[in-house]
Design a binder for this molecule. Structure first.
Ligand code: ADP
Length: 517
């Protein structure tokens, strides 16, 4: 039988007393606060507390013993866990709760309270043992974790919202564009198409989305060359540019389509996707063809009467009466010169249409390149009083090529140099042999050409905008020259700086080249 005296358990037997002292010092050594309450006394008072309990709560033993442990809650009574605690105690069950408690100095702490009933032989709960741990730090960390989690959740929601907005934004652009657009995944499966695509190809969404590009329609895009190009889009970021497909499409018949494909440059949700734009250029190409046909027919038609006029002028020269005045002779000679110019312009136009249809033919024969240059320069020089053409460099020797076409190139480059350098007095022609090429450069100190336009001037009908009204021309000379030089296996290019002059150069291979060179 035990009784409590000065807060210590007393036993009749000496050994038991020793054992018990050992036990209480063990309890005192515990870092958990431990109390024992007597359930058989009114208001279930605390009859034992260890050192840790004193340290944890800041109260001393005499302020603890005899009190019900609710003093630890102070005024903070409205805690739901108390309900559970009360129920468990009433039922004589173990209970574990996290409860808000206050130290003597008023400091709040979270108490993880474990309550365990002690029952006598009859099963009546006589005492309770309460083990408590200050879990404020853990709770704080948990709460912070919770706050972090909530914050992340909020961010995720916001990001999803933003993505949705940008997806809507992208969708609206894709839908508005007046070009057929397909978005492909990395396996070339159609993720989405725009309205314009559906209208153009007269198909429904279900016929396209989810299928691979190559199985669409009657296999119109199942082209090895296109596949090879598309395969490079994602790994190398090389776009597919202006790939033409002419095909008899289901529902819409034979059409010419222009394909451009780019990797979509958005990270995250949209990466590894390809945007394929398809443009129907059937009508545009037909118009271009008609324009070319017109050009070809018109220049042919103009050439015929001009040849007759040329003949008549020759006759006029031959039958010129002795008595003809100088004025009259000059008029006939001028007429001859202008008719010659007109004939050259028409020949250039004819050249353009021949190039377009791939009908430009080379008539190669061996000729003296230096002599050809000298004669061409002489021809221009005789009609040009404003500039002096200076020939420099080394002898080039014989060359096997189309002489009349190459005369045309030299003529064009020199005329341009004179035309676009109105304030200069000289134009230079430089000849050299470089490895197994001959090189000719025509150098002027005129207006020069903007860097952006240096490539475009070799396109047909392209003229630098600011000079269009000041200087006559059709914008085809360089296009024709470029084609002629290319046909000979050489290259034509320009080095120029705006306001400082231009240097047009071409090279021609001296040896006949094989197809693979
Ligand atoms: P055209 O002289 O009839 O306009 P070209 O095809 O010979 O046509 O030349 C195309 C354009 O290139 C010209 O309109 C001019 O803007 C530019 N260009 C050609 N040669 C020169 C040059 N030597 N200096 C400056 N600009 C030039």
């Amino acid at each position: 039988m035990s009784y409590i005296e000065n807060g210590e358990f007393s036993f009749s037997h000496q050994n038991i007393q020793q054992d018990f002292n050992l036990l209480t010092s063990a309890l005192d050594a515990s870092i958990s606060g431990i109390i024992i309450t007597d359930n058989q006394l009114p208001d279930n008072p605390i009859i034992y507390c260890n050192r840790a309990f004193e340290l944890m709560t800041g109260y001393v033993r005499k302020e603890i013993i005899g009190h019900n442990c609710r003093f630890l809650q102070r005024e903070d009574r409205n805690q739901q866990v108390r309900e559970k605690l009360r129920e468990d105690i009433l039922a004589g069950r173990h209970s574990i709760v996290e409860i808000r408690n206050y130290k003597k100095d008023g400091t709040f702490f979270w108490n993880e309270l474990y309550v365990s009933p002690i029952k006598n032989k009859e099963g009546v709960t006589t005492h309770f043992i309460g083990v408590q741990n200050d879990i404020t730090r853990r709770k704080k960390a948990e709460q912070e974790l919770e706050r972090e989690r909530e914050l992340i959740e909020k961010k995720v929601i916001e990001r999803t919202e933003r993505l949705k907005v940008s997806q809507d934004y992208m969708d609206s652009i894709v839908q508005t564009v007046r070009e057929s657009l397909i978005v492909l995944d990395r396996d070339y499966r159609v993720l989405s198409v725009n309205e314009h695509f559906l209208r153009t190809f007269k198909v429904s969404k279900s016929e396209t989305e989810g299928k691979t590009l190559y199985e669409l329609g009657n296999g119109q895009w199942n082209i090895q060359a296109l596949k090879d190009l598309l395969e490079k889009v994602l790994p190398t970021n090389n776009p597919v540019l202006d790939f033409e497909v002419e095909h008899d499409f289901p529902h819409i018949g034979t059409k010419l389509m222009l394909l451009n494909a780019h990797r979509i440059e958005l990270e995250g949700e949209y990466k590894d996707r390809i945007l394929l734009a398809i443009e129907d250029i059937t009508d545009r190409r037909a118009i271009e063809r008609r324009k070319d046909d017109f050009l070809s027919i018109a220049s042919h038609e103009l050439k015929t009467p001009l040849t007759t006029i040329k003949g008549y002028i020759q006759m006029m020269n031959r039958f010129m009466p002795e008595t003809a005045t100088d004025k009259f002779k000059e008029i006939v000679s001028k007429t001859g010169q202008f008719v010659e110019r007109l004939s050259n312009l028409i020949s250039e136009l004819l050249d353009v249409s021949r190039i377009q249809t791939g009908n430009i033919e080379l008539h190669r024969e061996v000729f003296d390149f230096d002599e050809m240059i000298a004669e061409t320069v002489e021809g221009i020089q005789s009609a040009c009083k404003t500039h002096q053409i200076i020939i420099k460099g080394s002898k080039l020797g014989n060359y096997n090529g189309d002489e009349s076409h190459l005369i045309q190139v030299i003529n064009n480059l020199l005329s341009n140099a004179i035309k676009y350098a109105p304030d200069s007095e000289t134009v230079e022609l430089h000849k050299s042999l470089v490895s197994d090429y001959l090189k000719v450069s025509v150098i002027d100190k005129g207006m020069g050409i903007n860097h952006d336009e240096q490539k475009k001037i070799f396109e047909r009908f392209y003229r630098v905008s600011e000079i269009q009204t000041k200087y006559p021309g059709m914008g085809i000379g360089l296009y024709v020259c470029d084609q002629i030089i290319k046909n000979h296996g050489g290259t034509l290019w320009v080095d120029s700086e705006k306001g400082k002059g231009s240097n047009f150069s071409f090279t021609l291979p001296l040896k006949e080249r094989s197809e693979n060179d």
